[in-house]
Design a protein around this ligand. Structure first.
Ligand code: FAD
Length: 332
């Protein structure tokens, strides 16, 4: 790899389904742009699929040096073999310094194989990075989020990294106008026949799409004490989320759980009610733009990640808060 900083190159591999860009593709673009800026590198995006001109044009609306399309019938459906056979020769030829992927079930499925195929480093679930005097240091959770590791990449060659949901704000992705060009492809072979795709049960809630979340913790005190939190959610047009003890106690269904063993969310507003702020919960919600915490314990760790904190008994705070919001709504 050249030592010339300006020749450094970041690739961002986007993801899509049913003709729509995956929400995390924009987060990956934002991460790739920030990484490129930190390194004085150029950021280029890649999209794989069949008949993807429209999506490529959409990606070209971001501030990127190029958008590469891998358009091939064998890439119509995602298969690990198809994606690896398309990307491996392209990476070997272009030798980007870093390749950014959204951390999704899809990338977890094929990126390790790709890393092995092109002899690249692998850095999954990156939540942030900083470029200090000693170079780039990446942060990523380990042991189901119980600990955070800080990793410096040593040696040369391409590093494939995936960014965790909510870690980089999609809204921060800079817009621009990028040229679109076809990627040189070798033999592309789908290694599976996709017989169909089944959606998760319709009543499963996808909290990752919510703009506002009212999340309740053990402090709520029981399934029968949920009414004020539900009312707050209704007033704000929010989804209800929860910490794990709430789910384990059957106060709410499992698809409401947020955290390392639940959903990862990145709403504009997250209201944590009676939640202590254990690391397993924080990894699922720390991508939220604004966090409001209501807790009777002023030392609760949730206040360390909150923009606004209300110290008090939630059973007194919530009715007052709801009344105030109702009043403001009526006023206009
Ligand atoms: C492998 C593993 C995976 C896990 N995955 C997850 C996960 O995905 N999501 C998750 O959330 N947890 C997860 N956990 C559990 C996690 O470690 C914590 O136990 C959990 O997050 C705590 O939930 P909580 O904050 O609701 O409860 P607690 O820690 O019991 O906190 C309750 C809070 O409510 C406050 N409170 C009580 N009464 C009131 C009141 N009247 N008014 C105001 N405040 C009040 C208390 O001060 C306290 O801070 C996991 C644990 C492990 C080991």
């Amino acid at each position: 790899m050249s030592e010339d900083l300006m020749s450094k190159k970041i690739w961002i591999v986007t993801q899509h389904r049913d003709g729509k860009l995956h929400r995390m593709s924009r987060e990956a673009i934002a991460a790739g742009q920030q990484l490129a800026q930190a390194l004085g590198a150029s950021a280029e995006a890649v999209i794989l699929g069949s008949g993807i001109d429209g999506l490529a044009a959409e990606i070209a609306g971001y501030d990127l040096a190029a958008v590469h399309t891998a358009d091939h019938a064998a890439l119509a459906d995602y298969t690990p073999g198809g994606y690896v056979s398309a990307l491996a020769p392209a990476l070997a030829a272009a030798r980007p310094d870093f390749v950014v992927f959204p951390h999704t079930y899809q990338s977890v499925d094929y990126v390790p194989l790709l890393a092995q195929r092109v002899d690249a480093g692998l850095l999954p679930e990156v939540t942030s990075f900083e470029n200090g005097d000693d170079g780039l240091v990446f942060t990523r959770p380990v042991l189901a989020g119980k600990m955070v590791s800080r990793v410096r990449v040593r040696g040369e060659g391409t590093v494939l990294l995936s960014v965790q949901s909510g870690a980089f704000s999609a809204d921060s992705a800079a817009t621009g106008s990028a040229p679109v060009a076809a990627l040189g492809l070798g033999e592309v072979t789908a290694d599976r026949e996709i017989l169909g795709v089944e959606e998760v049960a319709e009543d499963q809630v996808d909290l990752s799409k919510a703009d506002v979340i009212v999340a309740v913790g053990r402090g709520i005190g029981g399934a029968d004490k949920m009414a004020p939190a539900r009312e707050l959610a209704e007033l704000l047009g929010a989804e209800i989320g929860a910490s794990r003890p709430v789910i384990d106690s059957d106060w709410l269904p499992r698809d409401r759980q947020i955290g390392s063993s639940g959903q990862t969310v990145a709403p504009k507003l997250y209201i944590a009610i009676g939640i202590s702020g254990a690391i397993q919960h924080l990894v699922g919600m720390k991508g939220s733009s604004v966090v409001v915490a209501i807790n009777k314990d002023p030392k609760a760790p949730i206040f360390n990640v909150s923009d606004y904190g209300i110290v008090g008994d939630l059973h007194e705070v919530l009715p007052e808060l709801n009344a105030k919001i109702r009043e403001l709504k009526q006023a206009g």
